[in-house]
Design a protein around this ligand. Structure first.
Ligand code: GCB
Length: 617
């Protein structure tokens, strides 16, 4: 654990004004919310960031001008051409696109400013400002001083502000820029909306001088009654005591921190009920050290593969899944709240799911927390999507950092069983090397979960299928499949590849003796559009595609689950077809009006049969 912490610090020590700090598990703390209305200045030319020579005002860390200083005209003759106080406001958390029509397609900078008081409850306490996420790049300033720059749209970051914060009237300014870049993760081309803004919670965190930077709890491998936990202090004095207590299990332990401020526990209990989708048992845990105290709820389970089976707590499980984007379709906006998470995951439950694929980037922290509670297994992913710059070291570093931040954030969630490092990346030696490095990273950080990626299929014949018709024969032999725990791939027979009748003729060659999880299939349908079965974009076509695809997949040896594309329609600028798509990807089983399409019940019935078969075993 210590090693992970140093890794973050090392990356940012050079590049940043101030290092991002490793304060994890903020949801397990008492925090002060900075959510609400923030004043904003829309700045397409980045006037507030650059001087007239396009030199940043914060070069070298010192802020010499621009909007970060949050100035006001002192008198009538003072020339200042911006004013946060009289500027409009946007809600935080929230994307800007859905809050103001003028910002619907906007890609560029918006400056956010929030004033706040920060009375500390003790003189030696420390203060941090925490952001759940900002898309894509965030420059953060407090009282006219730069805290740092964060890159990456979907992962949390925090800065220590102990020395800079005043008791009253602090000015927190963030320049958020959602421009797309070829070397970024994701790169310029995706199939989802580029929602900009401070899209997740912003929190003020007060801690004692020495605080619990992070902790981890897990079931000890090969056991059903032993909990392993590690705790890491920041600012530790060697010899400080760390306590861990599971009140409902009636077990507790206490240790002295080692020289790095860490402690590792092993606790055995005869009363441990394992977490399962049917019985998602969460146990209260209280971790304390000195004045600091964290309180959380954690479940314990094991996940593994054996041949083509997935084993949850040692028992074979079929993943009845669905893909989800982080979006509230009925309101055409990014999802961010616990209520949003409950709405999305409850709809998945209604479909009979025990599994969701949170595509294609880390969703907000509420998702895995609510999934923990509702008993829904999760596949979490980083946005290594389509055509990333495989040979660019900065791009790899960026992807690794996003993976690190995701794993650090969600490692205590029993619901999370898969870390996915990519989606539909065309095969090449450079790409496989890039992805392999992410797999290694994931395994090093967390050896207790499965690692995978959504791969692609191609057509042709293979030696072991001499009679197969090349156009109907699907091959899964991506060399990257050597390194993953699951053989997961997207396939769109009947939609991008032929029409419905092609599905019935499909045969398969799968190179890997691993559980097969189909990470996507689907078809577009406009909710309420009906017609004859072969008419594209009708509900009938989509329902028939599900009707034919599910039994076809069920014949694949090792078929262990699927996550069809997708639970709800979602906004995408790649989908302009007037009167049909109108800027939406309409492969949802639920329309953006919230109404279910016919295919919803087709999948629901299939899952009901699968659940029945599993219960009978
Ligand atoms: C895919 C992508 C997904 C797209 C989907 C589609 O294969 O992984 O991001 O939205 O197809 O609808 O084309």
């Amino acid at each position: 654990m210590k090693k992970l912490f140093l890794f973050t610090a090392a990356i940012f020590a050079v590049a940043e004004v101030r290092a991002e700090v490793g304060i994890a598990d903020v949801f397990a703390r008492q925090t002060t919310s900075l959510n609400g209305k923030w004043n904003v200045i829309v700045d397409p030319y980045d006037t507030g960031y650059f001087d007239y020579r396009r030199q940043p005002y914060d070069a070298g860390g010192k802020v010499t001008g621009g909007y970060a200083l949050d100035k006001q005209a002192k008198d009538k003759s003072d020339l200042i051409e911006y004013n946060f106080d009289t500027s409009p406001t946007l809600n935080v958390p929230g994307d800007w696109n859905s809050q103001d029509d003028k910002l619907f397609y906007y890609e560029g900078s918006v400056w956010y400013r929030r004033k706040f008081d920060a009375p500390k409850t003790a003189a030696d306490h420390r203060l941090f400002v925490y952001f759940g996420a900002a898309n894509y790049e965030a420059d953060v300033y407090l009282n006219g001083q730069k805290l740092g720059k964060h890159i990456g749209a979907f992962t949390p970051f925090a800065y220590e502000i102990t020395a800079l914060a005043q008791a009253k009237n602090n000015s927190l300014v963030v320049r958020v820029n959602n421009s797309r870049h070829a070397d970024a993760v994701p790169t310029v081309n995706t199939d989802w909306w580029n929602y900009g803004g401070l899209t997740r919670d912003v929190l003020l965190v007060e801690t004692p001088a020495t605080f619990i930077a992070r902790f981890r709890t897990q079931l000890k491998a090969g056991t059903t009654n032993t909990i392993q936990a590690s705790v890491e202090l920041d600012g530790a004095i060697q010899g400080q005591t760390i306590k861990i207590n599971f009140p409902s299990l009636k077990i507790a332990a206490e240790m002295t921190a080692d020289k790095d401020g860490g402690a590792r526990f092993e606790l055995t209990t005869p009363n441990l009920a394992l977490w399962t989708p049917e019985n998602p048992v969460l146990n209260d845990v209280v971790i304390s050290s000195g004045e600091d105290l964290l309180q959380d709820r954690v479940g314990f389970r094991s996940i593994a593969t054996r041949g083509t089976d997935i084993l949850l707590n040692g028992k074979k499980v079929f993943l009845r899944g669905i893909c989800i984007h982080e979006e509230v379709a009925t309101e055409g906006r990014r999802a961010w709240s616990e209520a949003d998470a409950r709405m999305l995951l409850s709809r998945a439950k209604e479909l009979g799911c025990n599994f969701v694929r949170l595509a294609h980037y880390p969703h907000n922290e509420h998702m895995a927390r609510v999934a923990d509670e509702l008993g829904i297994l999760c596949w979490e992913e980083i946005p290594v999507y389509w055509t990333i710059q495989w040979t660019n070291p900065a791009t790899l570093k960026n992807a690794r950092k996003q993976l690190y931040d995701l794993i650090t954030r969600d490692q205590n969630r029993a619901s999370v069983i898969v870390w996915s490092v990519a989606n539909e990346t065309p095969v090449s030696a450079e790409r496989t090397k890039f992805l392999k490095s992410l797999v290694d990273e994931a395994r090093e950080l967390d050896g207790t979960r499965l690692v995978s990626a959504a791969m692609e299929v191609h057509s042709g014949t293979m030696e072991n299928h001499p009679g197969a018709q090349p156009e109907n024969h699907k091959i899964v032999d991506d060399p990257f499949g050597e390194y993953t725990d699951l053989c997961s791939f997207n396939q769109y027979t009947g939609w991008y590849d032929g029409t419905l009748e092609k599905i019935d003729r499909t045969t398969w060659s799968i190179k890997y003796n691993k559980p097969v999880v189909i990470s996507e299939f689907g078809a577009d349908a406009k909710q309420g559009l009906h017609g004859e079965v072969l008419t594209r974009f009708t509900e009938e076509y989509q329902a028939e595609l599900y009707r034919r695809t599910l039994p076809m997949l069920d014949l694949i040896p090792g078929f262990s689950g699927c996550t069809p594309w997708i639970l709800f329609d979602f906004r995408s600028p790649r989908r302009p077809l007037p009167g049909i798509e109108d800027g939406w990807n309409i492969k949802g089983l639920t329309g953006h009006d919230g109404e279910k399409k016919m295919a919803f019940d087709v999948l629901k019935n299939f899952y009901a049969e699968k659940a029945k078969a599993a219960a009978a075993k």
